[in-house]
Design a protein around this ligand. Structure first.
Ligand code: AMP
Length: 192
């Protein structure tokens, strides 16, 4: 298996680049944000619980997210690899992911981190909010809260993979195609 983590703050382009990467490399896209939004749309108990956190810009509890990832693995046992997008977001999630992949006798090949300045991110998210209908993208206070959570909780994930020498920063500003090319160059280096 070949597993990648696409890392970066909200609005850094993970979703856009994930769509292109899964198509090129034949990986299964695992976006915990998308899975949670689907649970909310389906009005499941998990979705109802998650919504209260998402609307405030807070993280959904680790056990809820890890359980969801575990179920996703069960559903996609034949995947040739996964592209993780928006997961892991805490040190505990990173440890849990390592364990789950260990059970499958695989691991993370690389963590590619999209680097974008905060003012550019706010601009992108507010723009996305106009078209996406995502309530957490329309309120600047919620957006700033998500950045605060990213720096207090999610930066530990970067440290986790830096220690394992798997972390690589990629410039996330510029054209979608230029950023995609940088990501592909980093991935191809890992594959060969
Ligand atoms: P995203 O679409 O990845 O930006 O996620 C939207 C929201 O879903 C986040 O602000 C969190 O509230 C929640 N969420 C998504 N992924 C996770 C995760 N791995 N851990 C905790 N909460 C998450």
């Amino acid at each position: 298996m070949f597993n990648l983590i696409l890392f970066g703050p909200p609005g850094s382009g993970k979703g856009t680049q994930s769509d292109k990467l899964v198509e090129k490399y034949g990986l299964k896209h695992l976006s915990t944000g998308n899975l949670l939004r689907q649970e909310i749309a389906d009005k499941t108990p998990l979705g109802l619980e998650a919504k209260s956190f998402i609307d405030k810009g807070q993280l959904v509890p680790d056990e809820v997210v890890i359980g969801m990832v575990d179920s996703f693995f069960e559903l996609h046992k034949d995947a040739k690899g996964f592209l993780f997008d928006g997961f892991p977001r805490t040190a505990a999630q990173a440890v849990a992911l390592d364990k789950l992949l260990d059970l499958k006798e695989t691991g993370i090949a690389a963590v590619l981190a999209l680097e974008v300045g905060e003012e550019e991110l706010v601009k992108r998210l507010l723009n996305r909010g106009i078209t996406s209908g995502r309530s957490d993208d329309t309120n600047e206070e919620v957006i700033r809260k998500r950045f605060a959570v990213y720096s207090t909780e999610t930066s530990a994930v970067a440290e986790h993979y830096k220690a394992a020498h798997k972390f690589k920063s990629i410039k996330g500003e510029g054209s979608v195609d230029a950023i995609f090319d940088s990501l592909c160059a980093a991935i191809d280096k890992k594959m060969n």
